[in-house]
Design a binder for this molecule. Sequence first.
Ligand code: GAR
Length: 212
Amino acid sequence: MRAMKKIVILISGRGSNMQAIVRAAQAEKWPCKIAAVISNRADAEGLRFAAEHGIPTDVVISKDFPSREAFDAALHVAIDRFSPDLVVLAGFMRILTPLFVEHYAGRMLNIHPSLLPSFPGLATHSQALAAGVKVHGATVHFVTAELDHGPIVAQAAVPVLSNDDEHALAERVLTQEHVIYPRAVRWFVEGRLSIDNGLVRIAEDSPHIANT
Ligand code: GAR
């Protein structure tokens, strides 16, 4: 039998993507355990949902640390207490140091609210509206040291409508985030993702694949 994979999810706020992943993992009985939800803000709304679902929570407050390196070192310790196979950034609004990213290379996913490589960084929906693009969307990718640039696992596109404001567009994208992020995490849990020359390969969902 394949070992249960352990997942630690990092959030900064609402945590709706985290909730979508937790719900899908339970409903579809993924062979994994959501080992912890960790936030860099004590007031992150998503912490309550995690606690109500019996998931251990922890808070590592960025403001309490004198430098990015010191915060990342503390976060690293908090995460590794749970020995995760996968770290999932779900609306985790922190830029991570290269050392931290390197430690989780190939086992840390992020969701970004744009069709990367378009619109990295913040305020992606207003960037999209200002650019006048007709399609926008979201991307799940492996995290690398370059912000919002890692190997792409999944994307979803939505139309940009002529009367859209940032809020309407964000809502349309978020609905798709809740579809692609659980799917991508499930692929990881099932051992179907590999990175080949900077590109993600997704193995067929075949009962004939050997359990390694
Ligand atoms: C999501 O739209 C996510 O894509 C975005 O923050 C939101 C978090 O919502 N992430 C980033 O902008 C990362 N740079 P959630 O807390 O409800 O999942």
